[in-house]
Ligand binder design. Structure first.
Ligand code: ZN
Length: 236
């Protein structure tokens, strides 16, 4: 998902709840998932006469839909037409940083001795957080936040590469601490992301190359509610 420009063929153009949706035979735009917002960008005719501004990208039943508007508004594409895809790179970069920050927090939580099971996360600029099943005792929350921030700062300063690869199930499980979540089929080849030599996790999202680009990552709050620990963060 590093490619920011590519060509594709239009498969269909439909209206879905008042929005126009384009499906192409391939895409480089990331559909919302794993807590990461969908990409924006554009789909243009090769002669540049018609552009479809992609405002959001979503996946439904394995199909990626690009939602947006045509410019000019009365223009359209033909099914089978070859088009040029472009990802809005600044937004993608921000989301990749926020999303990778979630992985870095996972790694650092373990390094400070909090081996809680990761649950859902939200890696949007407005209110990014990662959640864990399990509680940190209330008297240890502030010291955990301080230790976590220290560990994050240390890893960002030393740098560590971020690598994602599609692996056979058993090998993937081995890199992820010996097991994978139940929703991953044993017949599949999961995509695993790893920061340096730390424990990996299955992920389909987009990442930065190295955690050194996550300078400015700040854990703003740790909150425990109903047995769930929520770590909120911001990125400058
Ligand atoms: Zn990821």
């Amino acid at each position: 998902m590093r490619q920011l420009q590519a060509t594709a063929k239009v498969l269909s153009i439909t209206k879905d709840s008042e929005r126009v949706a384009i499906v192409s035979d391939r895409t480089i735009l990331y559909p919302q998932g794993g807590g990461q917002p969908g990409d924006r960008g554009s789909i243009s005719s090769l002669n540049g006469d018609t552009t479809f501004q992609v405002q959001d990208t979503r996946m439904k039943n394995g199909v990626v839909y690009h939602y947006g508007v045509f410019e000019p508004s009365d223009s359209t594409f033909e099914a089978g037409q070859e088009v040029s895809l472009r990802v809005e790179s600044q937004r993608r970069e921000l989301h990749s940083r926020l999303h990778t920050a979630g992985h870095l927090i996972d790694v650092c939580m373990k390094l400070v001795g909090r081996t809680l099971e990761p649950a859902k996360g939200n890696h949007s600029p407005e209110g990014a957080f990662v959640e864990y099943i399990g509680a940190i005792p209330s008297g240890e929350i502030e010291s955990t936040r301080v230790a976590l921030q220290k560990e994050i700062d240390r890893l960002i300063a030393s740098g560590a590469s971020v690598n994602a690869s599609v692996l056979p199930y058993d090998e993937a499980a081995g890199l992820c601490g010996g097991s994978l979540p139940d929703y991953i089929s044993k017949d599949s080849s999961p995509r695993i992301v790893r920061i340096g030599d730390h424990t990996g996790c299955p992920c389909g999202g987009t990442h930065v190359d190295d955690v050194s680009s996550l300078t400015g990552l700040k854990v703003t709050q740790i909150r425990v509610k109903k047995g769930v620990t929520k770590v909120s963060y911001t990125l400058k």
